[in-house]
Structures are given as structure tokens and as C-alpha cells.
Design a protein around this ligand. Structure first.
Ligand code: NAD
Length: 353
């Protein structure tokens, strides 16, 4: 297992099997230098346990980087439950998972991810206090999407300033792929700034809402990434920056909220070669985890959350400048900056010990 490709610098990996409920889950703790490892729990019908394990390891490391770059007092971790979210959810399963989280004594804080809802988190919370992303309670942070969108809006402003030398967005065209929770809130921000919107989605009601509220122009899903726009903002699916799509982009900025936009790290080089400025996904979409962190640290403060979300603007400018100076892709520079933040904190901790 230690030879596994994805097992890089992880502190802990736990496998849980609860015979009574049928729960099978991995919890990966990547790094707790900055604080308890925080990251959502994903429910997915993985083909086998090795796929689930690799996903948990990869996602946990991503959370360490995301939390470090957002300046949060949190490390990185992730849980995966091997099950189908449409057919396998039971109260017993979530309670068993809650006991698993609790057994790690706060080293890992769980929250929602793909396949999980606030209702599921409520059941998990009956067994452990190490849960965030609840909709009710003393420090509940609620829906993270508006905060994620606010961060992306800040990120788009930073990219436009850096690439186009403009302080404001008025009159620019932004193409948004996916007008769901995040995409719709993002359109609200952009529309208020006088941006012309082009959108695509696979749900007609979402499109109707975008047309009615923002006078958005609609294009079919297969066209959205290639439309002529000042900014393309992927807010739907992962792996959309790949060998097929990259040659067809007709923009100089890609800045959106979807997770894992690069099919693999090398596609960052392809974007650099094409002169397209890419805002690393886990930096620009950190608004949601910043909001959740207000809850995870037990002292939710909206002012603090908003200030942190607005810092995304400066963090991205910093990444863009360093990437330019070093002539390297922004995704590589962001990873390196995150590793530096963690290494510096580790050194400080060790010297204080
Ligand atoms: P969502 O499900 O509410 O919205 C996704 C939208 O994309 C939906 O309207 C869906 O119909 C549409 N869509 C799906 N396939 C499409 C396609 N082929 N072409 C165009 N549209 C398509 O999800 P969300 O919460 O808005 O999250 C969007 C993305 O942002 C995801 O990748 C998610 O992982 C990421 N993200 C979300 C948050 C958050 O706070 N919700 C935080 C960080 C990252």
C-alpha cells in the first residue's frame, strides 16, 4: 500500500468496515500541521476498494493544499464511503460512519461532498462532534455555494486585472459552464457588474432562470468551452481541461469553480503554451471551505469568512506573478506554494517543541 502512487506524505489512512450496517469507508489524513484535517466525505459506488483508497488519498492531499492556500487553520483529509448514494443510504450506515469519524478523536473533521446531503451530516453528527457543513445549530454555516461563488468572482477580477489590465468587469463577456448552485450565484455577481453572460447547462429550468434574471445567452453544452469570451468559467464538471478541449478555447482566461478541472497536471503546461491564464481550481473555489471552516473551528464569524473569501483575489495575483516570473504553469506554482506554507508551519512547530 505504501508503494501506492497516491500515498505521498500522508500521516494516516484508516479503513472501516461495519458488518451490521454494511459500511465500508476509508478516511485519509494527509497533513495536520496547520490544524485538524478537514475535508468532505464522498459517497461513490467505486468499482473496488483500491479505487476508493486512491481517491481518498488524492483528495486528502488536495484538501491540505486548498486549506493551506486559503490561509485556514486546517489540515487536509478526506473520507470516502463505498456505496451508491441513490440506493444504499441508511440511518445505521451514517451512524456507523459517525462512530468511525469519532474514533479519530478530532484529527479529522468531516463535511459534505459528492453524494452526501445536510440530512446525512445530521445523522453523522448524532455520533460525533467532528462534523461541519450542517444547516442548523449553534455555528452551522449552511449552504457554501454563495461563498464559493463570491470567491470565484474575486478570482475572475484578479485574472482580468492580471491578464487584461482592467480593474472592472463592465462590458466583458464571461461564459459559464453549469448554472447550478455555484454558477447561478456567480452569474448574480457578474451581472451586477455589467458582464455579458453566455451560459450552458443540461437542465432547462436553470437556463430559463439565467435568461430571465441575467439576460444570458444560451449555447449548447458542447459549445460553451469554445465560445469567444474574455473569461470561461467552468462551474459544472471536472476534467474538462483536456487534450480535446484545450486546442479549441477562444479565451485568454479560465477561472471557474469546478473541482479537478485539469484532466491531469500536464494540461497546465498546455494552457500555458496556449497563453491562457488558468486560475487553479482549489484556490479560486475555496470560498465554500472557508465558510465551513468558520463552523469547524467552532466560532462562526461572517465578517471573518467574507474577508478570507476576498483574500482569494490577492492569493491568485500572487500565483499569477510567480508563475509568470518562473515561466511555469499556475497549477504547479500553487501546489508548490501550498507545500511551502505547510513546511514553514512544520518547521515553526518543531522549533517550538
Ligand atoms: P450543482 O450540481 O448545483 O451545479 C452543477 C450544474 O452543472 C448543474 O446545473 C448541472 O445541470 C450542470 N451540468 C452538469 N453537466 C453539465 C454539462 N455537461 N454542461 C453544462 N452544465 C452541466 O453543483 P455546484 O454545487 O454548483 O458545484 C459546481 C462545481 O463546483 C462542482 O464541480 C463542485 O464540485 C464544485 N464546487 C462546489 C462548491 C460548492 O460550494 N457548492 C465548492 C467547491 C467546488
Amino acid at each position: 500500500m505504501i508503494e501506492q502512487n497516491q500515498f505521498r506524505g500522508h500521516e494516516q489512512l484508516a479503513y472501516f468496515h461495519d458488518k451490521d450496517s454494511g459500511l465500508k469507508a476509508f478516511i485519509a489524513v494527509h497533513d495536520t500541521t496547520l490544524g485538524p484535517a478537514a475535508g468532505g466525505c464522498r459517497m461513490w459506488p467505486y468499482a473496488n476498494e483500491m479505487d476508493a483508497l486512491n481517491d481518498a488519498l488524492r483528495l486528502a492531499r488536495g484538501m491540505s493544499y486548498k486549506n493551506a492556500m486559503a490561509g485556514l487553520p486546517l489540515g487536509g483529509g478526506k473520507a470516502v464511503i463505498i456505496a451508491n448514494s441513490k440506493t444504499d443510504k441508511t440511518e445505521a450506515l451514517f451512524k456507523a460512519f459517525g462512530r468511525c469519524v469519532d474514533s479519530l478523536d478530532g484529527k479529522y473533521i468531516t463535511a459534505e461532498d459528492v453524494g452526501m446531503t445536510t440530512k446525512d451530516m445530521k445523522l453523522i453528527a448524532t455520533q460525533t462532534k467532528h462534523v461541519a457543513g450542517l444547516s442548523h445549530g449553534d455555528h452551522a454555516s449552511g449552504d457554501p455555494s454563495p461563498f464559493t461563488a463570491r470567491g470565484i468572482y474575486n478570482g475572475i477580477r484578479a485574472a482580468v486585472k492580471y491578464k487584461l489590465g482592467r480593474e472592472d468587469l463592465a462590458g466583458l463577456t464571461v461564459a459559464v459552464q453549469g448554472v447550478g448552485h455555484v454558477g447561478m450565484y456567480l452569474c448574480e455577481y457578474l451581472h451586477a457588474d455589467g458582464v455579458k453572460l453566455i451560459v450552458s447547462d443540461i437542465v432547462q429550468e436553470h437556463l430559463d432562470e439565467a435568461v430571465e434574471r441575467f439576460d444570458a445567452k444560451i449555447v449548447p453544452p458542447h459549445e460553451i468551452l469554445a465560445v469567444k469570451a474574455d473569461v470561461v468559467s467552468p462551474c459544472a464538471l471536472g476534467a474538462i481541461l483536456n487534450d480535446e478541449t484545450i486546442p479549441h478555447f477562444n479565451t485568454s482566461i479560465i477561472a471557474g469553480g469546478a473541482n479537478n478541472q485539469l484532466a491531469n497536471d500536464s494540461h497546465g503546461v498546455r494552457l500555458l503554451d496556449r497563453g491562457i491564464l488558468y486560475a487553479p481550481d482549489y484556490v479560486i473555489n475555496a470560498g465554500g471551505i472557508i465558510n465551513v471552516s468558520g463552523e469547524a473551528t467552532g466560532n462562526y464569524d461572517l465578517g471573518w469568512v467574507n474577508r478570507k473569501v476576498d483574500d482569494i483575489y490577492h492569493t491568485l495575483l500572487h500565483i499569477f506573478e510567480r508563475a509568470d516570473t518562473e515561466e511555469r504553469p499556475t497549477n504547479v506554482v500553487a501546489d508548490e506554494m501550498a507545500e511551502e506554507i505547510i513546511a514553514k508551519a512544520r518547521k515553526k512547530k518543531l522549533s517550538a517543541a
